[in-house]
Design a protein around this ligand. Sequence first.
Ligand code: FE2
Ligand code: FE2
Length: 166
Amino acid sequence: MPMIQWTQEFTTGVEAIDNDHKVLISLINQLGEAIRSGEPQPTVRRVLDELVEYTSYHFNREEALMEACRYPDLEAHRRTHTTLKVQVADIRDRYARHPEAVHAREILALLKNWLSAHIMGRDKLYAPFMAAKREEVRAAADSFTSRTAGSAPAIAAQQHLAAVQP
Ligand SMILES: [Fe+2]
Ligand SMILES: [Fe+2]
């Protein structure tokens, strides 16, 4: 059973962002599954690498969209992203050095907490600002998509979404 299920509570109302959050949830569930079923360390490392990369990609997109709607709390939100990126990269690096010293439950609790807490507690705050500037946000989303087309996270996203969407 997945650790985190997508629910309407996660919705920000911006499709590109909601899709990113679905991919992040899918990656965290994959990581949980890999650890729980005792997959070999290279497999766990691969998922952690993908998570680090996707986290960064998603934050860049989100920041571009917050800029587009002139979100007043952008700088504080950006700082939170920086902290989260450091935390995820730290887990990845510790696992690469000493896999046995990183406890599965610790990794998963951290990821689950920050992801749910960040999406529900912080990301939802910009939703009304993006809704008020729908056209600008759409243009920024299209521009980000074309700038990153063909990159590894953009390709991975399509595969994840195909797997999680009915
Ligand atoms: Fe987000
Ligand atoms: Fe965010």
